[in-house]
Write a protein of this length. Structure first.
Length: 96
């Protein structure tokens, strides 16, 4: 089973999850304080988007890591591969 070994990518994913966790706490607080449902729904939407983008980022990091490990590209190819995966991440994020 593949694990995320890139420390920068791991830190990025964990930071994104911490932000989403803070947003979820904010939604809980809003419910406890009796905020309007529309405001709560907007925050739910923001949390969902944050989690979706985090999932997408993690998936692309795994793909990049596996491709680098199994294809063993040279430095120029690694740069091209990274750029291609970044573009793919951007395109896939727009689907949601």
């Amino acid at each position: 089973m593949t694990v995320l070994t890139n420390e920068d990518a791991r830190a990025d994913v964990l930071n994104r999850l911490r932000r989403a966790e803070g947003q979820i706490r904010g939604v809980q607080r809003m419910i406890e304080e009796g905020e309007p449902c529309l405001k709560i729904a907007q925050q739910f939407s923001a949390v969902r988007k944050a989690l979706d983008s985090t999932y997408m980022r993690m998936t692309v990091c795994f793909m990049e890591q596996e491709m680098h490990e199994h294809l063993q590209p040279d430095a120029a190819q690694k740069e091209n591969l990274s750029a291609m995966l970044k573009d793919m991440e951007t395109l896939l994020a727009r689907m949601g």
